[in-house]
Design a binder for this molecule. Structure first.
Ligand code: G4P
Length: 534
């Protein structure tokens, strides 16, 4: 294949573009307001006109991503891995994460493709179980996190108590950028701790358009709000005295977390979040490859696939591989090399979501997300490069906790069955395991959350025309083992050894107690934790 010539682009151009990028994801425990905030961000950046499309949980149940729900509600096409929009001369790449905890493996992969995370916390609930898990994932990735306390328009915990909770439970030092004026449920506005003053928020009907903001001085705020302002100013001074001020270096090292207060449903505090992303979140920077060597952003093109999706366009079954650009310039038509196979991959069709429009991606820069079309040969975790070889670290696979034995509902459809399972495995929708004993046509599926099985059922039936039967297997725990141990484990009660499609040998145990008993009785048998353990 002949390689088209690369448009001339200097190292300085690439560096300038990388420096303009902010690539982040919004993450939270379900119901904290992730989709509401996402909409509000798009509204503020004029990527959409009106908020309020995502109403009620009922219509969203079963949707894999919140954007898919938005698409259904609006009847427009937004389903994509990332939306790009411009704000204050900065290119913001907002990368979607699934709303439900059952898809936490996807969330983990997305977090490997972003440079920062916005953690949303419900003011009345504080840190919830999924919030804690996600903070842990960010810690493992070394990701800087901006924390947003949401729903300040409703009664909730005190702001100082929430700061204590963040510090005590996550170890991150909270450094509020804004401080609420008025307790939770009585949200007048925020004290700006970066450029001192009061920002008053005024409701617009239904919060459907950007909230009205007015900035006044401390003196004017005292006259207007009396004790509420004095309280906020005193608390802010206390935070300063105890060292809770923003420090850019500590934030980038993921030691501190800047905090903002908002009411996403009213669009209060959203503009401050966008400003914080522009001013403090890191741009696209050099990234370590599998050997630990840093690949500079202004080098030759490279990127990796963090998500594969098919059937996004109902009229023709396409496979889209979403690539995070790590270095260099991407231009459509490039012929890249797939690091895992050494095979060429022609990027004839590539797409991006810019504001409301799905556009052909003619060019992309470090930090951007590009959807490569007709990408059936690409797998989640694959690295791609132009001429200078690079392989990025593999994306970790979670320890499955739910297991189903799978078989075709109609044995004459075994070809469709096989194709479907292979494709879903490729996309990272589910883990596929097999054993000689069960046979090739009877794989076992492993999931992190049971809703993944619903996606498999839906996709197998509708995308591949292969109805399936699933039988729940009584296993709860999986550990990595080796060939020598496998034979011995297979002869034990309530234990089964299977080979996952990445060639990892997994020993499945019926209960944690059974696992502990086996580990105690046979200390020489290899039983390793599967990473990441969150
Ligand atoms: P999620 O994606 O994190 O799961 O949360 P989502 O945005 O769906 O928000 C969950 C609920 O919280 C929604 O209410 C939403 O309206 C509400 N919410 C989000 N942000 C705020 C806020 O700043 N203040 C208040 N008071 N509520 C907020 P719902 O009852 O589930 O749906 P709806 O009928 O109100 O849309």
């Amino acid at each position: 294949m002949t390689r088209p010539t690369t448009p001339t682009v200097s190292n300085v151009d690439i560096f300038t573009q990388a420096y303009k990028r902010r690539t982040f994801a919004v993450i939270s425990h379900p119901d904290a307001g992730k989709s509401t905030l996402t909409e509000a961000l798009l509204l503020h950046a004029h990527a959409i006109d009106r908020a309020g499309a995502v109403h009620g949980k009922a219509g969203r149940r079963g949707t894999v991503s919140d954007w898919m729900a938005m698409e259904q509600a609006r009847g427009i096409s937004v389903t994509s891995a990332a939306i790009q929009f411009e704000y204050r001369d900065t290119m913001i790449n907002l990368v979607d994460t699934p709303g439900h905890a059952d898809f936490s493996e996807d969330t983990f992969r997305v977090l490997s493709a972003v440079d920062a995370a916005v953690m949303l916390v419900d003011a009345s609930k504080g840190l919830e179980p999924q919030t804690m898990k996600l903070f842990e994932v960010c810690r493992q990735h070394g990701l800087p996190v901006i924390t947003v306390i949401n729903k300040w328009d409703r009664p909730g915990k005190s702001a100082l108590d929430l700061m204590d909770e963040i510090q005590d439970r996550t170890g991150l030092v909270p450094t509020p950028l804004t401080w609420p004026v008025g307790f939770a449920g009585e949200f007048h506005g925020v004290l700006d701790r970066q450029s001192p003053g009061f920002v008053r928020f005024t409701r617009t009907p239904g919060g459907a358009t950007a909230a009205i903001e007015a900035r006044t001085t401390a003196t004017a705020a005292t006259a207007e709000l009396g004790q509420d302002w004095t309280n906020a100013a005193e608390e802010s001074a206390l935070l300063h005295a105890e060292g809770h001020d923003h420090d850019e270096a500590l934030f980038l090292r993921a030691t501190t977390t800047p905090v903002l207060f908002c009411a996403a449903v009213l669009n209060f505090g959203v503009h401050q979040l966008l400003d914080a992303l522009v001013e403090f979140a890191p741009p696209a920077l050099a990234r370590a490859d599998i050997t630990g060597r840093q690949r500079p952003v202004n080098g030759d093109f490279s990127g990796f696939v963090f998500k594969v999706q098919s059937g996004m366009n109902a009229s023709h079954r396409d496979h889209v591989a979403f690539v995070r650009v790590c270095s260099g310039m991407f231009h459509r038509g490039m012929v890249l090399t797939q690091a895992s196979t050494g095979r060429p991959f022609a990027t004839k069709y590539a797409q991006q979501m810019f504001g409301r429009e799905r556009t052909m991606a003619e060019q992309a820069w470090p930090g951007d997300i590009v959807g490569l079309i007709n990408a059936a040969s690409l797998r989640v975790g694959d690295s791609l490069y132009d001429s200078e070889p690079v392989e990025y670290p593999p994306l970790p696979v979670f320890a499955p906790e739910y297991f189903r034995a799978l078989s075709p509902a109609d044995t004459s459809k075994h070809k469709q069955f096989r194709r479907g399972i292979d494709q879903l495995d490729h996309e990272g929708v589910i883990q596929v395991m097999r054993s000689d004993l069960r046979g090739d046509q009877a794989p076992v599926l492993g999931a992190v959350g049971p809703m993944q099985f619903d996606v498999v059922e839906e996709r197998m039936t509708h995308d591949f025309g292969a109805g399936i039967r699933m039988e729940t297997l009584p296993y709860q725990i999986a550990r990595r083992t080796d060939r020598a141990s496998a034979g011995r484990l297979d002869s034990l009660r309530q234990v089964e050894v299977l080979t996952r499609s990445d060639d990892t040998l997994l020993a499945l145990f019926s209960t944690p107690w059974r696992f502990q008993a086996v580990a105690r009785e046979f200390p020489d048998i290899v039983l390793e934790n599967l990473s990441p353990s969150v």
